[in-house]
Design a protein around this ligand. Structure first.
Ligand SMILES: Cc1cc2nc3c(=O)[nH]c(=O)nc-3n(C[C@H](O)[C@H](O)[C@H](O)COP(=O)(O)OP(=O)(O)OC[C@H]3O[C@@H](n4cnc5c(N)ncnc54)[C@H](O)[C@@H]3O)c2cc1C
Length: 379
């Protein structure tokens, strides 16, 4: 009998399990694949972090604590997890998201610069942006070393007394005052269950009577070679986001594969996580080749390395952090919509609070299940 079983050892489940074990809860973390794996959403070496959050100020507020929690994880694990190269967001002058970003940064007391088209040209000669583009540089932003962060949460979870079983798929959940968790290898019982299933959430949750409007999309992770050595190193090039109406693009400095910057399209074709790479990606690839040719001419215009990852999107791109509408001892963390990594320490704290029947540290109204009017749990 466990206090809590967490299903899914991606970044959100691992952060939750870590928080539970640290709070003395007898916790089991179950993962369907042998770890580490590259089948979900949390693999790879890098993710952008930033406090600025446009219109979604509630995430900016969470990120103020998120930054501190990442630093504390660095100290506890003795691992460097953050590269403080800042985060530059650019868009056409007058863009409403950029205006909201600036007021969110001011309101939250975060240091930032507003960059004119001339400033952008002077500071970032490797960018070739339209003449009406402006930028905001968030000094608190940068790059998270994703694979190291995931390992840190899992290692510390075990160090705090947690039990981690990988290569064990959860095939069924039997609700009740105690929950039975049926796996490919046996059965467990727990007072609470946290489901952090990533792209498998829309396939699994209907078994528990919940049909959420989640869409799983394939994201191409593209690495482009620098034409001039070191031009995209973290000292010269920051984390970068181009806010565009016809599909956002983001880039990271050359921290992973020497001499290669990572530049990706912030969307992709719908896919099934069990046959992820079967989705057609030709259109994304050609869009990105044109983008790099036009706006990042210091990179070669064909990617040298192509990897795959998945987003699990909600229609409003807000997370789902809530209890099951009927079975209140089943807690769900899902729909992280391509921006959940940086917030994982806070998500882990919130989901663990729900599992421990504590009042959550944040107002979870935007993340409630009942915001989807058509989503009704079947009795
Ligand atoms: C290319 C890419 C770039 C991104 N960039 C950023 C960024 O710059 N900044 C940012 O903040 N976020 C970013 N994100 C988003 C972020 O990485 C995700 O929001 C986050 O990783 C989601 O984690 P998760 O734990 O929900 O899902 P996952 O990592 O997929 O974890 C879910 C786990 O559950 C397991 N599982 C599922 N079903 C079962 C079952 N039945 N039994 C047992 N185990 C099961 C899966 O195997 C998986 O390991 C990016 C995502 C991608 C794909």
């Amino acid at each position: 009998m466990y206090d809590v079983v967490v299903v899914g050892a991606g970044i959100e489940g691992s952060a939750t399990a870590y928080n539970l074990a640290k709070n003395g809860e007898k916790t089991l973390l179950l993962e369907q694949f042998p770890l580490p794996h590259s089948r979900g959403s949390s693999h790879g070496q890098s993710r952008i972090t930033r406090v600025e959050y446009g219109e979604d100020d509630h995430y900016a507020v969470m990120m103020k604590e998120g930054g501190k929690l990442w630093r504390s994880l660095e100290r506890e694990s003795g691992t460097s997890l953050l590269v403080n190269c800042g985060c530059l967001s650019v868009s056409k002058q007058g863009n409403s998201y950029m205006k909201a970003t600036i007021s969110s940064l001011s309101r939250n007391g975060i240091k930032y610069d507003i960059l004119t088209p001339g400033d952008l040209r002077d500071r970032y000669p490797m960018l070739s942006l339209p003449p009406d583009y402006v930028g905001v540089f968030d000094y608190s932003g940068g790059v998270l070393r994703a694979d190291k962060a995931l390992r840190a949460f899992q290692t510390l979870f075990v160090k705090h007394g947690g039990e981690l079983r990988d290569g064990e798929e959860v095939t069924g959940i039997l609700p009740g005052s105690d929950v039975t968790i049926v796996t490919s290898q046996g059965e467990y019982r727990a007072r609470k269950v946290v489901l952090t299933l990533g792209p498998w959430a829309p396939k699994f949750l209907p078994k528990l009577g919940i049909n959420l409007p989640l869409e799983t999309v394939l994201i191409l992770v593209l690495y482009w070679k620098e034409k001039k050595d070191g031009e995209f190193s973290a000292g010269r090039f920051p984390a970068f986001r181009n806010i565009r109406e016809n599909g956002g693009v983001y880039a990271l400095p050359s921290l992973e594969y020497p001499g290669h910057a990572k530049v990706c399209y912030h969307d992709g074709p719908e896919t099934d996580p069990d046959s992820r790479d079967m989705a057609y990606t030709g259109r994304i690839l050609s869009t990105m080749k044109s983008y790099v040719r036009e706006h990042l001419p210091s990179l070669q215009d064909t990617p040298s390395i192509v990897e795959s990852c998945m987003y699990t999107n909600t229609p409003d791109k807000q997370f789902i952090l809530d209890r099951h509408p009927i079975h209140r001892n089943i807690i769900i963390g899902a729909g992280f919509s391509g921006h959940g990594f940086k917030l994982a320490p806070v998500v882990g704290k919130i989901l663990s609070e729900l599992a421990m029947d504590k009042t959550p540290s944040y107002d979870l109204t935007p993340c409630r299940i009942d915001r989807f009017s058509s989503t009704k749990a079947r009795m």
